[in-house]
Every structure is written in structure tokens, then in C-alpha cells.
Design a protein around this ligand. Sequence first.
Ligand SMILES: [Cu+2]
Length: 164
Amino acid sequence: MLKKALLLAALCACTLNAAAHEYQAGQLHIDHPWSRAMPPVAPTIAAYFVVHNEGKTADRLLGADTPIAARAELHEHVHGADGMMKMQQVQAVDVPVGGEARFAPGGYHVMLFELNKRPALGERFPLTLHFEKAGDVQVEVAVQADAPAANAPGMKMDGEHKAH
Ligand SMILES: [Cu+2]
């Protein structure tokens, strides 16, 4: 019953905001994959999304690939010793039971290199996520000007508000 209500809320959000989309893959729920629209000269682009684990076993995101880029890497931003933000590749990102893996600007992201196509604002491109347990999950990444509202109706399902 609760599940049904949440689903309806999500559908309503989709009607109001055409860009909102989400995916269910077994115990994993993937919210709104998106990428910031970049100028055509940008050498790389980044993809963001949130993976919720609604099951009873932990999973891990091990990698990704997309037809629009030769290479996709999992990256995180870290504070360097000099106080500057820099990014580095990670081999896997945990999706804990009852928790989430949050890919967002300033944190984890899927970085795409050697682009053979630059999707324009308003377009979507396919991205396949490789999970250790859930296997391969294909999502569509929406190219938009700004980050999605984190607490838009239907987008936030765990009622959790993080300070950062
Ligand atoms: Cu990066």
C-alpha cells in the first residue's frame, strides 16, 4: 500500500517535470540519471544519479559504459592536502542495505572520456551500470542545464535529509 502511494507520487512528479525518471532493477532503485549540458569543446562529461538499496544484501557499482564514449570511469572528488578539490578514480562504490550510493556534483560521478557524440541539452543517452549482484542495468541519462531538485516530490523516498 505504501509502495503504491510512492509509485503514484513518482508518476505525478513525472507529469509535472518531464525530466524526472527512475529505474527499478531487482532490489535497486535508480533515481534520475542526469548530466550537465556542456559546451561542445568539453573533453569529458559526468553522469549523476542516486542508487537506493531496498533489498537485504549489499551491492556494489563496479563500472559503467556508454555508446557515446570510449571509456567510462567511476570517480570521486576529494579534498587535496592543498585544500583544493580534485578527483580520482575508484574501483567500486558500495550500495549498502537500506542506504544509497549518491552520484552528484562534488562527490561520486561517472566520468566519460573520448566522447564520440556530445548530447545536447534536452537529449538523453544510454548508460549501462555494472553492479556486482544486480548485474547490468541500462538507464537513460537526461542532459539538463541544472542539477535536479534533490527533494522534488517523488524523488526522495527515504525521508532522509543530509546536511552536506
Ligand atoms: Cu571525474
